[in-house]
Design a protein around this ligand. Structure first.
Ligand code: GLC
Length: 738
């Protein structure tokens, strides 16, 4: 490629918030979020969805899309978003998100497909293929083990090797191999002590083992040390950071970084910028937002209440008027077409509650409206679906459950429509006639839900995550937010349905207005085939699932999902379904020899309608190694996060010191700066959550501060106020950053 060393170094960090640099004969790359639609910002860029963005279609969040269990649908949605991105001049879309829903407490779970690596990877690969067939690059994120939000920029995810490979990396592996994405975004967090932007996983696994040929891009503000990241193969730091060029030149001069490291990163960026992105000529149906939402809705309970009877019906609940269709943060799109459920159904409406507070006047009004109705459609909404934020529990808001209890006392048919991007406690549902989980299904959700309630559409969604009886039963709960600076994955591979916990609504579960029968299982070396019959009268869709139970010597936690297909059948229709085995079907990771192996023995093959509803079984014998050890989690040790603290606990801040630690800074100015900054955002969960453990280096990354200014500010935080102020104001070019 052209350009001298300085011009190549300029390529290694962004030009501004959303573009890579134009340098060394390379055009800049335009990035944009996100997973449920294009969040294109023309004005001030931000990574939390706070500033405006251009209007675009709001599609179902990944968590809702996953409930479709439909690879083709995910590809169609990816194509539709990719096409909108292409028209908007975006080169690479920052999606799909492939992180595992390790705990229902993670506030960003709405943006992730599933608790299961295989489902995550297959749907993510389909979505990425869709985006790229529209001529826009896809960017898998966040690589890897980014499974909580609190302290995400400093937290160390401490995972044993087998669990890391089988649970947290496999989705990325599947999507890299099946979609050949343009980019992979490294996560904010540390993983086994190293920042993901400086992790050996980039060169050894992502490129070395999986053959990834695209560019690696940091999460926004996710680089701790640009030179070290460059040496580890992190090609592009985003957004622009004034510290970086200086750091890289400094390390190049000292010999700690080689020209070849810089050339390798610059070459890959140049290749990505000049890539020819082919566009498949395909029409996007006008009603895709509604059509895809139909498959994202899961019927969890139905005691004859749905489809709605012809009786008098009313709609209660604020979320029938205020669509809850997406989460908060960088994925948030500016949708102009969302409809409210109360406006697409011909029934009288009453809010019943507003926000999180009880309102007796609203409750009384709602109960009065219900007096002469037989069917009560009650809309509930989970809270806490925010990037940068984690939940402390998975309870539904008390004002909503309190009103539900009052509705039960009317002895009517109560049909709950539940919106939200995460597993929630559903202990309140004992007396509901039906429970329809609508997820965060985008701007088409209301019309989709309305058609399902009226029986025009037969629900076919199935849960892509376990709804536990009690969040304390989830093995990761006791480790989840144990410390802001680390999380030990002490539960190992026991994530979601693999933990064997007693689920209220299990992984893979969803009801239909019809019923499906399974028969005629045949198993061969290539795969399985069986017949599915729609034994009811209504056209419907069924997500059939293949689970493989490994031999005991494989020390696997439970049978793994290893295949699935979505089949649509008319009433009475039967179809032969084939699911082929692949490289992921029988493998186990042997952490002792650091390689994938097949354990020899009998593998039980289950064809199921959900993880707890096995319909057909058989077995297959495989040759292989004697066995692999269970994941060893007892000796996992976190890497401490370095905070310069004196014997009195006073902190001397450096560029890696998080904002909240400045509350104990040596200098009063530092303490005041931290307290005021956090006080100002105390009522904005996603902002507070993102700022609390924000390292000071981000003032240069998001605030475009120069190294000299940052050094001066740190002096002021550390009690050398005037020395720091003078440094900030003085024209001094001899500074390690600039
Ligand atoms: C955010 C997110 C990432 C997003 C990026 C740009 O902090 O973690 O998913 O793509 O910044 O908005």
């Amino acid at each position: 490629m052209n350009g001298n060393t300085d011009e190549k170094i300029e390529l290694l960090t962004g030009k501004d918030f959303w573009h890579s640099a134009n340098s060394a004969g390379t055009e800049s790359i335009r990035f944009s979020d996100g997973p449920s639609g294009v969040r294109l910002q023309y004005g001030k860029g931000d990574h939390l969805g706070l500033n405006g963005s251009a209007p675009s279609t709001c599609f179902p969040s990944h968590s809702a899309l996953a409930a479709s269990w439909n690879k083709k649908l995910c590809e169609d949605v990816g194509f539709a978003i990719g096409a909108e991105a292409k028209r908007a001049g975006v080169d690479i879309l920052l999606a799909p998100d492939l992180n595992i829903k390790r705990s229902p407490l993670c506030g960003r779970n709405f943006e992730y497909f599933s608790e299961d690596a295989f489902l995550n990877g297959m749907l993510g690969a389909s979505y990425a293929n869709g985006v790229q067939s529209a001529g826009t690059g896809a960017c898998l994120k966040h690589f890897a083990a980014n499974n909580r939000e609190r302290g995400r920029m400093v937290c160390d995810s401490v995972v044993d090797e087998r669990t890391l490979r089988e649970i947290y990396l496999t989705a990325f592996e599947i999507a890299v191999k099946r979609a050949n994405p343009a980019a992979v975004m490294t996560a904010y967090n540390r993983l086994n002590g190293a920042y993901c932007s400086e992790s050996p996983l980039i060169s050894e696994v992502l490129r070395g083992e999986w053959g990834f040929g695209g560019i690696t891009v940091s999460d926004w503000g996710g680089v701790a040390d640009r030179a070290k990241a460059c040496a580890c193969g992190l090609d592009l730091e985003m957004p622009f950071c004034r510290l970086s060029a200086g750091e890289v030149k400094c390390l190049l001069k000292s010999g700690a970084l080689s020209e070849s490291d810089i050339d390798a990163c610059a070459d890959r960026i140049s290749k990505a910028a000049n890539a020819e992105r082919k566009t498949v000529n395909k029409e996007v149906r006008a009603d895709i937002a509604k059509k895809c939402a139909e498959e994202c809705v899961v019927l969890l309970k139905n005691e004859g209440a749905l489809p709605l009877s012809q009786d008098q019906t009313v709609i209660i609940g604020e979320y029938a008027a205020k669509p809850l269709m997406q989460g908060g943060g960088s994925s948030r799109v500016n949708s102009k077409n969302a409809k409210a459920l109360k406006d697409v159904l011909p029934f009288e409406f009453s809010a019943g509650y507003n926000g999180a507070k009880r309102n007796c006047r609203l409750e009384r009004r709602a109960l009065k409206l219900c007096a002469h109705a037989e069917n009560i459609i009650y809309c509930m909404g989970a809270e806490g679906d925010f990037e940068g934020y984690d939940r402390s529990n998975i309870n539904m808001p008390e004002n909503q459950t309190a009103l539900l209890e009052k509705l039960f006392s009317l002895k009517k048919r109560v049909i709950v429509v539940l919106f939200g991007g995460c597993a929630v406690d559903t202990s309140w549902d004992k007396n509901v006639g039906a429970l329809l989980y609508a997820g965060l299904s985008g701007e088409g959700a209301a019309e989709a839900v309305a058609d399902i309630l009226r029986g025009k559409v037969n629900p076919s969604g199935k849960l892509a995550e376990t709804f536990p009886e009690n969040v304390q039963d989830v093995p990761s709960t006791k480790y989840f937010n144990q410390n802001p600076y680390f999380t030990v994955y002490g539960e190992g591979m026991r994530v979601g349905y693999l933990s064997g916990l007693k689920a209220k609504y299990p992984f893979g579960f969803g009801l239909s207005y019809t019923r499906f029968e399974y028969s005629g299982l045949r198993i061969s070396e290539r795969g399985v085939s069986f017949t599915v019959t729609n034994a009811g009268g209504l056209y419907g869709g069924e997500a059939v699932q293949l689970y493989i139970e490994y031999p005991e010597s494989a020390n696997a936690p439970a049978a793994f999902l290893k295949g699935f297909e979505k089949v649509f059948l008319n009433g009475g229709e039967s179809r032969r379904v084939e699911i082929l085995f692949d490289e992921f079907s029988f493998r186990s990771y042997d952490a002792q020899s650091n390689r994938w192996v097949c354990v020899g023995g009998e593998y039980k093959i289950h064809i199921a309608s959900s993880s707890t509803d096995i319909r057909l079984s058989g077995s297959l014998y495989m040759d292989g190694v004697r066995g692999v050890c269970e994941p060893r989690t007892e000796d996992l040790k976190p890497e401490p996060y370095k905070i310069n603290r004196d014997e009195k606990g006073r902190v001397t801040a450096d560029i890696h010191t998080p904002l909240c630690e400045l509350k104990n800074a040596c200098g009063a100015f530092g303490r005041l700066f931290a307290k005021l900054s956090l006080f100002a955002v105390r009522n904005k969960p996603t902002v507070y959550g993102s700022m609390e453990y924000l390292p000071m280096r981000t003032l240069a990354q998001f605030g475009k501060m120069s190294g000299k200014t940052l050094d001066g500010l740190l002096l002021m935080f550390n009690g050398k106020f005037f020395k720091g102020l003078f440094k900030m104001l003085k024209k001094d070019r001899n500074n390690r950053y600039d």
